[in-house]
Ligand binder design. Sequence first.
Ligand code: DOR
Ligand code: ZN
Length: 356
Amino acid sequence: MTDTLTAPAPTDADVLTIRRPDDWHVHLRDGEMLNFCADYTARQFARAIVMPNLVPPITTEAMGAAYRDRILAALPEGRAFEPLMTAYLTDTIDPDEVARGFQSGVFTACKLYPANATTNSASGVSDVKKIWPVLDKMQSIDMPLLVHGEVVSADIDIFDREAVFLEQVLGPVMKAFPRLRVVLEHITTEDSVRFVEQGPETIAATITAHHLRIDRNDMFKGGIRPHAYCLPVAKRRHHREALRKAAVSGNPKFFLGTDSAPHQRSDKESACGCAGIFSAPVALESYAKTFEEMGALDRLEGFASEFGPRFYQLPMNEGQITLRRKSQPIPELLTADGIEIVPFHAGEAVAWVFEG
Ligand code: DOR
Ligand code: ZN
């Protein structure tokens, strides 16, 4: 029973209203999984950059348009949400196809997955030199390049793969294409923070909700924790601290991208568990928790709603959303139609509730 005499009265500090945000990096999958997960993103965000790592990957304008239609069909009637589609770069993708897709408005950007770097990246780029003509075309039409920044080599320690990528791949690409706009996605290291801060205006980065909260120890707390495993893998604590500082810095080169990536529980809790954390159900609440801990709730709006559109050269959203300070228990498991997913923050209480 609520004790109305002693319950604290709501104050302005209990309600956070910001311009409607966007998610600049998300996996919405396809088929049953798309039906399951799409609205978790669409209810919080006006737009999202949708990753193309389906099987087969999205490599043509027609595939991008058809996938966009499937996403819209998976949403409840009347939901206002704009999926921003991306093309998956392969060694053999046709630069003119990519350009046509961009010019017709189907594609917003291209995604570079180094081959075998992560989930469904087998068709990715085996050597960045092979996509030089596409990058040249993208630069000439001002189409952004989105990057999964990890080298793929058994000789390079998994915790070093992002830093090595900056030096071996991204640096040379940016030198060869100085006008190409690049988003270094889901950064996990202090090295990437510095690289972006010190780089030209053409480079920006997204930061996930989970990389602001976990470090590599969280994968091994009392046993192996597959639900804390994603790629790029969480790094040492000092890297997490650098990400937290960058996110709340007010530097417009850093903005929100959840990398929410659902996998069936059985595919994560397995001898070879999949990489990916499903943060969409609690994305804004999780970011708010981090920004509050950093004493920077007033910086959340820039990070979530303003800096992304500025970099992508798109209009900001008109509406607003509200988060209320109220303890919210996050379920251990989300289930529907044979799908079982453990969400980020499962079993915890998060101090904010998204109210729409
Ligand atoms: O953790 C991840 N999951 N990282 C990626 O790069 C891909 C994603 C997925 O598709 O599951
Ligand atoms: Zn991703």
